[in-house]
Ligand binder design. Structure first.
Ligand SMILES: O=C(O)c1c[nH]c2c(-c3ccccc3)cccc2c1=O
Length: 468
């Protein structure tokens, strides 16, 4: 068979990048050595060092087109680029205007059938002569999202084209998919757009060997899902994948009792309306899913939610302006004061990201001593029913409003029973983006709310915050 020459991937040369391929974005204004460890800029992702780009696709929510084109190397700026977005009406008009100087940019508008849904998904398809690279991340395609924030990036290998030779046995695994069904689930997600332009990318993905992918796709698309589609998206997909790949397989049913209390940590940059108490959705639906509560006794939920306090924002590199990307509204917050007892601060001293305000979203489950990680998800999905879905029709239907996508790391796909989280950061411990155990809000701390003024204390730029 033709020996596939494993092309040298520059991403592999970044210290500690393997096997997780999970990076943060570089931050301007902090010492460089903290950027070297598992951090990438958009220019680095798009650079010519990865091969000869043929064309690319950029899925996102916010775009600054001139700036985005500038992040591509000059020799790639005329390559075909598909922009997949959810813009409508005047936002669509301004996006079209921004794209008009670039004849090779095509627009693909995601079907947004459900009110209050958004196209949050942040993903890149980079097609090279040698193969296709997929990037799933959390940054809008605007300069401020790549400047001084904490953002997450999962960057795939360059998946090689399936060779035509018939005797190439290495790709017989069901059209060259991985044990994590990465290709199947990505195609299932793309199919929901029912878009002609994405047909080309679906066919291209089919033609590439993704058997080396070691993460699961966890996505959301607008719709009401029952029957065979019931567990394909949202929080039920997360449950379906984690329940069969950790507790049951590894730890045996008997040991499960001891794991019930293992805390779940959610970390995000916005919060939706979750109901008048935790029983409406947070505990009843979301936590139950993540804890896989299938034991009769109910015990105190160990759910810890990391969301920046006003003080975290005020003392960040961007100051109060960072709060412009933390759109938790007063109208929503005032109806759920009960949520505050779950809240923990943004703290990332070990990654030197404490002052790089978070726009990343992550969810994880760890042991009580925070030394072992059972699973880790980086995603575009904030803590909202629109993103994760809410159960209807007597729990037989999951209703989702938005497009979201993320990747899930399970120990079983890295041949271990849990990921190590060790104190010293340069070991092979999983590169989580923040400090564990999480830091509780102080008594005087309040969650950041975007649409109220903060004038009593000035921020790191000596400014106040006056929304209007
Ligand atoms: O995709 C993302 O991550 C983001 C999604 N919505 C954002 C908003 C917003 C919130 C409500 C209505 C319209 C816009 C504001 C500031 C940043 C974001 C953002 O970053």
């Amino acid at each position: 068979s033709t020996i596939q020459l494993k092309r040298y991937d520059p991403i592999d040369k970044i210290k500690h990048s393997l096997p997780y391929r999970f990076f943060l974005t570089t931050v301007k204004g902090i010492p460089d050595e903290n950027n070297a460890l598992n951090a990438l800029s958009l220019k680095e992702i798009l650079s010519t060092q990865h091969g000869q780009l043929i064309q690319s696709a950029q899925f996102n929510y916010m775009f600054h087109i001139d700036w985005l084109i500038e992040q591509y190397p000059s020799e790639f700026r005329q390559k075909p680029l598909l922009i997949v977005h959810g813009c409508k009406r005047d936002e669509l008009a301004s996006l079209k205007a921004e794209c008009s100087p670039y004849p090779k940019i095509e627009l693909c508008s995601a079907d947004m059938p459900i009110p209050f849904g958004t196209h949050h998904t942040k993903m890149m398809f980079l097609l090279y002569t040698e193969g296709i690279r997929i990037v799933i991340h959390t940054s809008n395609l605007i300069p401020q999202d790549w400047n001084q924030k904490t953002q997450g990036i999962w960057i795939s290998p360059i998946f090689p084209k399936i060779s035509k030779t018939t005797d190439d046995y290495s790709t017989t695994t069901a059209n060259s998919d991985s044990h994590t069904n990465f290709k199947r689930d990505l195609l299932t997600y793309l199919d929901r757009y029912s878009s002609k332009q994405l047909q080309f990318w679906m066919q291209t993905i089919l033609e590439h060997d993704m058997s080396s992918a070691n993460v699961h796709v966890i996505s959301s698309v607008p719709g009401r899902f029952t029957g065979g589609d019931f567990q394909k998206f949202g929080h039920l997909k997360l449950r379906q994948v984690t329940i069969y790949c950790t507790l049951k397989t590894y730890l045996g049913i008997d040991k499960q009792e001891q794991y019930q209390s293992w805390p779940i940590v959610g970390q995000f940059s916005s919060i939706g309306s979750l109901g008048k108490d935790a029983d409406q959705w947070l505990e009843k639906e979301f936590l139950t899913t993540l804890k896989q509560l299938n034991s009769s006794y109910l015990e105190k939920p160990e759910l810890k939610l990391i969301y920046p306090s006003v003080e975290n924002v005020r003392t960040s590199l961007e100051g109060y302006k960072a709060g412009g990307s933390l759109p938790y509204s007063m109208n929503t917050a005032m109806r759920q004061p009960w949520l505050n007892k779950y809240l923990y601060q943004w703290h990332s001293d070990y990654r030197n990201r404490t002052h790089a305000s978070p726009h990343i979203k992550t969810y994880l489950r760890t042991s009580n001593d925070y030394k072992q990680l059972l699973w880790f998800l980086v995603t575009s999905a904030n803590l909202s029913k629109a993103a994760w879905g809410s159960l209807e029709k007597d729990n037989t239907q999951l209703f989702i409003r938005s497009y979201e996508i993320g990747v899930l790391f399970l120990p079983k796909n890295f041949s271990c029973s849990s990921f190590p989280i060790l104190d010293d950061k340069i070991s092979d411990s999983f590169p989580i983006p923040y400090d564990l155990p999480p830091t509780k809000y102080e008594a005087k701390d309040k969650p950041w709310i975007v649409d109220i003024p903060y004038t009593s204390q000035r921020d790191s730029h000596d400014c106040t915050w006056n929304p209007h």
